[in-house]
Structure formats: structure tokens, C-alpha cells
Design a protein around this ligand. Structure first.
Ligand SMILES: NC(=O)c1ccc[n+]([C@@H]2O[C@H](COP(=O)([O-])OP(=O)(O)OC[C@H]3O[C@@H](n4cnc5c(N)ncnc54)[C@H](O)[C@@H]3O)[C@@H](O)[C@H]2O)c1
Length: 247
């Protein structure tokens, strides 16, 4: 895998996605940032470089048509991507028990956390197969491994994402394409700021290091997992939880 790789970062307008985009750009990758928030995304990509260094493609990745369109544009304007980092995700309503979860909320969380991850994986693999090289990484969550109380839709869809990565990793194990996930505990982003404080305390109290994670710690792990050096691991969910998960 070469310097100047084309790295697609989804959810790149802010938070973990933007931190990952900046980190990959600094190592020499060319970034294609995808996000729902068009203006925020454009500003974020402009803070990295011009359109050849960091292109903004606003899109809703829960839509099959928009994912296909975005990847067609990447192929036409940039060429085949070697990296996909998917950081798009939502919590939905939190701090509520299972019997109070609304179907609409569950469907919305599913559409972004799992359906979109499938659509992105499929599009990225199709683009990567001809060259026989690629790194795909989805940001899952410790909630998918352990199940957080008050977060049924989020925990269930992140568990589904971890299962998808296990399966797809094996599908392409002989091709040069790796597919992995990362499971962070709490990192203080806008997503976490929007959650009820008691829910954030519940999650943070479970971290043995007794602190939340830093964006740079997430970006550093993402950089390694999608690097050429991380070549004998696929279908795996990496831990980023300050000791909460030991498996
Ligand atoms: N922050 C944490 O503590 C934490 C912990 C574990 C897992 N995660 C996961 O990490 C990922 C990034 O989280 P974050 O904290 O940076 O969140 P964030 O809300 O700050 O950023 C997520 C980005 O995804 C974008 N997005 C949402 N839906 C989209 C869609 N349909 N199409 C395109 N873009 C869309 C948003 O516009 C936003 O810019 C998420 O999957 C989240 O579940 C976060």
C-alpha cells in the first residue's frame, strides 16, 4: 500500500471522524470526507486542505442510492479508495428502558449504525477488489460488546456491526482487504454531549482508568488499524475502553 492512498472517512464533519481524517491526511493520505452535515463537512475538509487533499461529499449513508453515488464520484474524480473509515453513528434516545423504546427511534438508529455500515462495506469492497488491497474500519462501541442499560437500539446495532465485521472479514481474508472494528468507551464528543448526564456517568464509571478517552487516542488507533502494518488481523474488534473490556 502506497503513500497518497485515497482514504474515505465517513462522519468526517466532526468528532472521531474528523480527528481520524486529520491524522490520515498528516500521514500523506488523500481524504474523501462524507457526512450528512454539508456545511460543517466542507469547513472541516477545508481545514485539512484543498479539494485534491480533502474532498467533501455530503451524503446520507443510510441511503443506498447516496452511497452508490458517492462511490461513483470517488472513482471518477479520485480513483479506487484503499481505506474506508466509517465513523457515522447515532445513539438515538438514551436513558430509557427497553419497553419504552419507540419503533421509529430503533429504525433510525439501525439505518445509520448497521444498514449504512453494510452499504458502505459493500461499496468499498467492490471498489477495492480489483486492486486486491484495502483497509475497512467501522467504529462500533463497547455498548455492542457489553450492552449498555438505557441504550437498547444503540447496543443492539453496534453488536450487529461487530457481527457483520466478523463475517465480512472472513469473506475477504484471502484478498488483501481487511475489515475490522474499533470499540471505544466514552470519548467526549458532541454525540456524548447530547446524552443525559446520568447516562454518561453510568458509562464513564465503568472505565477502570477512571477517565474518558481522548480524540487523539482514537485517531492513533484508527491510523494503525488501517495502516499497511496492520496486515494479519481481520474480522476483529479492537478495544479502546481504558480497561473496561479485556476480550
Ligand atoms: N464518542 C464516544 O464516546 C463514542 C463511543 C463509542 C463509539 N462511538 C462511535 O464513534 C462514531 C463517531 O462518534 P462521535 O462521537 O465522533 O459522534 P459525532 O456525533 O460527533 O459524529 C458523528 C458524525 O456522523 C455523521 N452522521 C450521522 N449520521 C449520518 C448519516 N446518515 N450519513 C452521513 N453522516 C452521518 C454526523 O453528522 C456527525 O458528523 C459513532 O459511530 C459512535 O457511535 C463514539
Amino acid at each position: 500500500m502506497s503513500e497518497g492512498r485515497i482514504a474515505v472517512v465517513v462522519g468526517a464533519a466532526r468528532g472521531i471522524g474528523l480527528a481520524a481524517a486529520k491524522r490520515l491526511a498528516a500521514r500523506g493520505d488523500r481524504i474523501v470526507g462524507i457526512d450528512l452535515q454539508a456545511d460543517v463537512l466542507r469547513k472541516a475538509m477545508a481545514s485539512i486542505g484543498d479539494d485534491r487533499k480533502a474532498l467533501a461529499i455530503p451524503a446520507d449513508v443510510s441511503s443506498a442510492g447516496e452511497v452508490e453515488k458517492a462511490f461513483a464520484r470517488i472513482a471518477a474524480e479520485f480513483g479506487a479508495p484503499e481505506v474506508l473509515v466509517n465513523c457515522a453513528g447515532i445513539t438515538g434516545k438514551t436513558g430509557i428502558p427497553a419497553h419504552e423504546v419507540e419503533l421509529e427511534d430503533f429504525d433510525r438508529v439501525y439505518a445509520i449504525n448497521l444498514r449504512a455500515a453494510f452499504l458502505l462495506t459493500r461499496a468499498a469492497v467492490r471498489a477495492m477488489l480489483p486492486s486486491g488491497k484495502g483497509r475497512i474500519l467501522h467504529v462500533a462501541s463497547i455498548a455492542g460488546k457489553e450492552g449498555n442499560a438505557g441504550m437498547l437500539a444503540y447496543s443492539a446495532t453496534k453488536a450487529g456491526l461487530i457481527g457483520m465485521v466478523k463475517s465480512a472479514g472472513k469473506d475477504y481474508a484471502e484478498t488483501g482487504i481487511t475489515i475490522n472494528a474499533l470499540a471505544p468507551a466514552v470519548i467526549r464528543t458532541d454525540m456524548v454531549a447530547a446524552m443525559p448526564e446520568h447516562q454518561v456517568k453510568y458509562m464513564t464509571d465503568k472505565i477502570p482508568m477512571k477517565r474518558t478517552g481522548e480524540l487523539e487516542e482514537a485517531a492513533a488507533m484508527i491510523e494503525f488499524i488501517v495502516s499497511p502494518d496492520c496486515s494479519f488481523t481481520t474480522g476483529f474488534t479492537f478495544d479502546l475502553t481504558g480497561g473496561r473490556a479485556t476480550y
